[in-house]
Design a protein around this ligand. Sequence first.
Ligand code: ADP
Ligand code: MG
Ligand code: MG
Length: 539
Amino acid sequence: MADFYPSYPPSLNPQQEEYLLSNAKDYSIAHGLAVRPPTSDALKAQDPAGLLATTAPITLFPSLFPKVCFDQAKSVAQAYNELYSGIASDEGWLTGIVEELAQIDDFMAGLWKVHQAVKSEGYAQSLDLGLFRSDYMVHLDKSSGASQPSVKQVEFNTIASSFGGLSTRVSELHQFLNSIDAYPEEISSIVNSSTLPANSSSPSLALGLAKAHEAYGPSSKQLPTCVIFLVQDPERNVFDQRHIEYNLNKTHNIRTFRLPFDRVLQDTKLDDGRKLIYTPPSMPTRHFEVTVVYFRAGYAPSEYTSEAHWSGRLHLERSAAIKCPSVLTQLAGTKKVQQVLATPHSPHLARFLSDPSTASSILSTFAPIYPLDSTSPAGKDARALATDPETAARYVLKPQREGGGNNIYRRNIPAFLDSLPESHWPAYILMEMIEPPAQRNAILRFGATAEEGSPSSSVQTGGVICELGIYGVCLWERPTTTTTAAASTNGGRVGDDAPPRPILRENFEAGYLLRTKGDQSEEGGVAAGFGSVDSPCLV
Ligand code: ADP
Ligand code: MG
Ligand code: MG
């Protein structure tokens, strides 16, 4: 893109820069495009009540993004919802994958155990809610000369897909800056109201929760109802979540409460029908029936520091509340599942997507991903690629983890594998690095970056790359019968057994997120201190 638009973004004189920056800073805080500051002893002393908030890491300009890629990513959102609701409903198919992982990955084993326990008793809720996010980067096929850019999927998220609340606001920020001429005249043919797309992520995710709340129905005990946001405590990215809460409150008249993952067992009870009853610590005489538990926590092993955390997770899974996500849906989002789906010539996509053109549009978004087992031909090839520093330089190694900061990149892969017993290698997948074109932008951030270590604020200008996420809302009814011995994930042919299909109640695309990071950084996590929230200028 930089090749086509060498002068983007334009350099600003000091007066222009001051105008842009002061407007960006004030708009952000005025509209809740904000995060809590990183905790440091110095800040704690100044702000014992925790009142401070700062501008979220943002780009000052919208990044250039190919319109064909944006449209392509949006066009497959509903198909991805169908695919992942299908996987989460096909317990037999997932069993083959998860049981293998569970042997070498304690976190996978813990989640599987929760599912098994609830399955043996019978699930009290047949509805499942997914607030998904499918992440992509732009891929240029260098081998085929002048071909169009396309998107390749970085990963698919089925739990705690974040930034939908802030993303709507950064799109609006860039639109606002454009409307007040904070962007110089010379780029008005590139940045204008027709190239900055609207972004419904915040209201759309709230709508998804509202639809699930409505589908749950009223309390059979005449209790007031509520949606629970299951959260980490402390949470710096709290406003991202609050925007969705406030939308539920204002637009849908739905009560929400924030429940720290630590407090599940203290603050909730199951009644005899396994209805989840929440008693707010601030109102000990009042009880609410929980319709939906929205997980913004519980996705990382570091959150399960005691057996009580696992008991809490089991308690929620047993309940009649609709889980967003259920354990099976969380497991459907593992990197291993993404690798199995991407296996060339596999029957898996056709298993879940009956329409061949839908399946092929999904297939075209996959980058090459390999298993690391010692027996399959693909696994043996991948082992050879990953252990040679020359070839490893084109790959990223991923464990079955979420939330950023878990991957091993490029030339670090061989030494990492060397330090790991070979029997544990299959807990990882090897993925080809997507190499999106770099461009320039300016990132405004306050707070400790991974590199700096201490809080400070700055504008950093330089080469950046972008990752586009498309949100999807899917509410489905799980089929009542699950296959027990389904087609194996390796040898199963389509038609060997009909997969149990979910009944889709809601399936819609739900806005987007553009995250932008320095082109020298491998990781992209905004919360983890690597990236920034951006919006696309479609070119
Ligand atoms: P997580 O679930 O922890 O977010 P990801 O698979 O999204 O894991 O990886 C984290 C980051 O690593 C991504 O946001 C992206 O910046 C980078 N990354 C992951 N896979 C690739 C890839 N195939 N090509 C380029 N970058 C990647
Ligand atoms: Mg990611
Ligand atoms: Mg993820």
